[in-house]
Design a protein around this ligand. Structure first.
Ligand code: E4P
Length: 222
């Protein structure tokens, strides 16, 4: 399973990239709003900051309701940085979003169909040519449904039918989500930087570091 980072914060993106684990970046309107920056400018900055990653998701704005409106926005987004092919158009899971997805997929543009909450939605997105499908596990858990089970079912369905879309486990809230979606066959987890930090932690690691440091001090007087 690969890691994408789920943020529009440049510093967090750079920090995650420094440790050599990053394969992509996902953003959404809420994450961009949090940064108080112009959307297209931030996507351009992200692309420049992480030349090594495979994908940078840029979501069409919520006021684009028809496929034509979404495609018009996508046409501008794919021009970013002189036509960076990694810019991935993130589309909502609606009829219009699927129509835009098929159009863009046929043009060779990467797409990420977002806000997926059922297996059927994932199947439709895959058949519409989505490069990535994004089931939101945390938001399902929030309403007492099982987000990891959804990822597991989508992974099984894609295996059975040889569907090429990659599953991005999204709305990941904690390390246990990461372990479980990796075991269940998600291709990618997109996670906030705070979760990446948590993934490195174990109390025995900290204790071990402290013990080695204390013992190393002793060697200085030997
Ligand atoms: C994914 O692409 C979304 O940006 C994200 O994972 C949503 O997560 P949230 O439910 O924590 O807002």
């Amino acid at each position: 399973m690969k890691f994408f980072i789920d943020t529009a914060n440049l510093e967090d993106i750079k920090k995650a990239n420094k440790i050599g684990i990053l394969a992509g970046v996902t953003t959404n309107p809420s994450l961009v709003a949090k940064e108080g920056v112009k959307f297209e400018d931030r996507i351009a900055e992200i692309c420049k900051a992480v030349p090594n990653v495979e994908s940078v998701s840029a979501e069409v704005t919520p006021d684009a309701l028809t496929a034509e409106e979404m495609i018009a926005q996508a046409d501008e987004l794919i021009k970013i940085n002189g036509g960076d092919k990694r810019v991935t158009i993130k589309l909502p899971m609606t009829l219009a979003g699927l129509e835009a997805c098929r159009y863009l997929a046929d043009k060779g543009v990467k797409t990420n169909v977002t806000l997926i909450f059922t297996v059927n939605q994932a199947l439709l997105a895959a058949r519409a040519g989505a490069t990535y499908v994004s089931p939101f596990l945390g938001r399902l858990d929030d309403i007492s449904q099982d987000g990891v089970q959804l990822v597991s079912k989508i992974a099984e369905l894609f295996r059975v039918h040889n569907l090429e879309s990659q599953i991005i486990a999204a709305s990941v809230r904690h390390p246990d989500h990461v372990t479980r979606v990796a075991m269940e066959g998600a291709h990618i987890a997109t996670v906030p930087y705070s979760v990446i930090e948590q993934l490195t932690k174990h109390p025995l690691t900290d204790q071990g570091i402290d013990k080695f440091a204390a013992d190393w001090e002793k060697t200085k007087s030997q």
